[in-house]
Design a binder for this molecule. Structure first.
Ligand code: FES
Ligand code: FES
Length: 167
């Protein structure tokens, strides 16, 4: 199979990889960059498990060609923490039990991160709308809402968390 050299800018690091032009961003992240935090739930844009941020916008990496985004800044779940310091959203999912099997969790955290970046005080309804494309089979969503609301509260009450989260 033909391969071409492409550039990807992921979590602040620029990579050059040789891949077939038909390779999806999800495949390139998982197979070539070994960033396996991004999950494949359906491979047809139905579940949201493969969500990554592309220039801050949640997008489904299973239906994106990796070669089409040489200049974009891509964030995966591996790029959310600041060193040893978890993002308030990650902390919220730990404290409130928002992750059970965890398969949907990276996509939901990234979708929620984009929401909080543009709206630091979303209502429960706005949270539900934002994550409506992210399916979870385990939690019934109550703990997911609680996890995101934990982060909202922490970002509001801890200036350091807001600064380290880039918000
Ligand atoms: S794996 Fe991409 S939406 Fe399900
Ligand atoms: S925690 Fe299992 S799918 Fe959401």
């Amino acid at each position: 199979m033909n391969k071409e050299s492409i550039q990807l800018h992921v979590n602040g690091v620029r990579h050059e990889i040789e891949i077939p032009p038909s390779k999806t961003l999800l495949e390139a992240l998982r197979e070539d960059l070994r960033l396996t935090g991004t999950k494949c739930g359906c491979d047809d844009s139905s579940c949201g498990c493969c969500t990554v941020l592309v220039d801050g916008v949640p997008m489904l990496s299973c239906v994106m060609l990796a070669a089409s985004y040489p200049d974009a800044s891509i964030t995966t779940i591996e790029g959310v923490a600041q060193g040893e310091q978890l993002d308030p959203l990650q902390e919220g999912f730990c404290v409130e039990g928002g992750a059970q099997c965890g398969f949907c969790t990276p996509g939901i955290i990234l979708t929620a991160k984009a929401l909080l970046d543009r709206n630091p005080k979303p209502t429960r309804e706005e949270i539900a709308q934002a994550i409506s494309g992210n399916l979870c089979r385990c939690t019934g969503y109550t703990q997911i809402y609680a996890s995101i609301e934990y982060a909202i509260k922490k970002l509001r009450t801890t200036p350091v968390a807001a600064a380290s989260g880039g918000r």
